[in-house]
Design a protein. Sequence first.
Length: 260
Amino acid sequence: MFTDTAVLVERNLLTVKRIPTLLISATIQPLMFVFLFAYVFGATFGGGSYREFLMAGIFTQTVVFNAAFTTVGLANDTSDGIVDRLRSLPMSRLGVISGRVTSDMLLGAIGLAVMVACGLAIGWRVQGSTGDAAIAFGIIGLFALAMAWVGAVTGLAAPNVEAAQSIGFLWMFPVTFLSSAFISAQSLPGPLRTIAEWNPVTAVATACRQLFANEAPPNFPAATGWVADHAVGYAVGSSLVILAVCIPASLVLYRRSANR
């Protein structure tokens, strides 16, 4: 399986080399969100203190949106018949999917590095220890892996590339914005607040803020509740649950795609 994964990672990265706009998309889009929220909305939400609060949410949002690369990549390979060719070879089914996931994770890592540099440029700083920061980025990496497998399930379930793009954004936007990635979940009304508090995106963003020691702006209501008190554990646990569901589901969908 590992050999099959490595071969497909190389193939997917060669595609990026030949179509460099894919790399531009992975880096420019996050930067646009950083500057949009930091300077367009940041003056209203708290200026410099909001920019520190923002970065953990931007990191989390970016790894969610990066799932679109896996979704579209697998849907495109399925529509073009490449998956059928790979299925005819003595290759691991899991290796075919994990090759796409791994290459997209590498692209995402480049985008994350660019965002860290951008965050430092606008005044964001890690106020906690180096060890805590490493744990925070580890949590982001684990959540990125989970989101990539969600993208794999979406791409394999979609009948074509256009449907894959539509379905992907249908879940990405509400999952990202109905959270504390950019605002305090405590400011939302009724059921929306409960959903936002238990959203894994909220847990990852909150865990990273705690580990980075980035405080919320003074005008933001403090995060309360079980998830806020156990953000690191809940972030890790929810990522592992997503992986436990999506990896087998993707294999089932990969087999079913042979009958399309």
